[in-house]
Design a protein around this ligand. Structure first.
Ligand SMILES: Cc1ncc(COP(=O)(O)O)c(C=O)c1O
Length: 367
């Protein structure tokens, strides 16, 4: 019952034939320790980054897309229809291509061009859906309608939330299966929250393995941009939908409705976790430090978990005895504008070969 990529956990995944699954060798992403420079900002706690940005299309969504595409083929679907802020779309575009199935994808207005280019490169039909992501009611309606329409038209739906596509979301549980092997004694796992599907899936994955871990489950800590406070509202009993559009600029986390609200609340309650909210400009700073001090180029959403951990260190919520994992969810190339902000946009100097000596004498010190 084992297969390639995440399907080495085939017995736990809702597919019929793991050995024949649609896989691009996703999963089994490395855990990389933070550099000494970055550890200063985390108060000396042992911190490892789960490099989900190293998945085949550059985000954790590949795990979900692999299961969705495999199920689509196993159930004889004639195509896939999905909605996405970009990364899920890029993932399902690649896996649908691999499965030989056409994809129709509805995207959040304003999604980074690089994500949309990636989707289109795989041959998908991409359409912007007004209100998606930013407007809570429109987003919830769209998710329900896509699942319904997919059924009517013999397509596989792709909405990366447990409340809409629980089977495909089983793919994201494999993150917890891997962490149970890679960091069995982790005391806390920090993950970013958009619609909540990632966080809910990590929780369900850990629950399945609870008996095999040497100690209690790690605290699952949800990190969300302050400009999209769906978790705070849910915890305050104000509902899982924002009344105003989300204001965060962080692509992937502009989801005005917490789709998997009950799971997120249960994960926080049952593991002793909590919510941390972070400002976008703090996230840009952490993204820059990950690039310049740690050699890891992630998109802004991929730096959110670490930004949350650093806020907790400053608040005294994490101690030197903690062993923490932060989930770095998406690759830097996904958001070209954000990368340009890091690197600067000044035109390159052009020189002759005999200028090299002079240049090395005057440059080379660390930034
Ligand atoms: C890079 C990245 N990180 C985190 C998330 C949030 O995941 P979820 O919507 O499952 O909470 C997304 C969702 O699109 C994403 O693209």
């Amino acid at each position: 019952m084992s297969g390639p990529g995440i399907f080495r956990h085939g017995a736990r995944l809702p597919v019929q034939a793991p050995a024949a699954a649609i896989s691009l060798a996703e999963g089994d992403t490395p855990l990389v320790a933070l550099s000494a420079d970055s550890r200063i900002a985390t108060g000396g706690a042992a911190v490892a980054v789960k490099c989900e940005f190293l998945n085949p299309t550059g985000s954790f969504k590949d795990r979900i897309a692999a299961v969705a595409a495999t199920r689509a083929r196993e159930h004889g679907r004639n195509g896939v229809v999905g909605m996405s802020s970009g990364n899920g779309g890029a993932a399902i575009a690649a896996y649908a291509a691999r499965a030989g199935l056409p994809l129709t994808l509805f995207t959040v207005p304003g999604a980074p061009a690089a994500k949309l280019d990636q989707v289109r490169a795989h041959g998908a039909h991409v359409i912007e859906l007004r209100g998606l992501g930013h407007d809570a009611a429109a987003t919830a309606r769209a998710a329900a309608e896509l699942v319904r329409a997919a059924q009517v038209h013999g397509r596989e739906p792709f909405v990366t939330a447990r409340s809409y596509c629980p089977d495909a979301m089983a793919g994201a549980r494999t993150i917890a299966y891997e962490l149970a092997e890679q960091a069995p004694d982790a005391t806390a796992v920090y993950a970013p929250i958009g619609g909540g599907g990632l966080f809910a899936s990590i929780w369900h994955g850990y629950r399945e393995l609870a008996a095999q871990l040497p100690g209690p489950l790690p605290r699952l800590v949800a990190v969300q941009p302050r400009g999209c406070p769906t978790v705070r509202r849910t915890l305050e009993g104000a509902g899982a939908q924002l009344e105003q559009p989300a204001t965060t600029a962080i692509s992937g986390l502009q989801v005005a409705v917490l789709f998997d609200d009950a799971d997120v609340v249960a994960a926080l309650d049952r593991t002793g976790g909590h919510l941390v909210e972070v400002d976008d400009d703090v996230v840009w700073d952490v993204q820059a430090r990950l690039a310049r001090r740690d050699g890891m180029l992630v998109e802004p959403a991929g730096a959110v978990a670490l930004a949350g951990l650093e806020a907790d260190v400053r608040a005294g919520r994490v101690g030197p005895g903690d062993r923490v994992v932060t989930i770095a969810t998406g690759a830097g190339f996904k958001d070209a504008a954000a990368i340009r902000r890091l690197g600067g946009e000044a035109p390159l100097d052009a020189v002759e070969l005999n200028d090299v000596e002079r240049i090395l004498e005057t440059t080379g010190s660390m930034l």
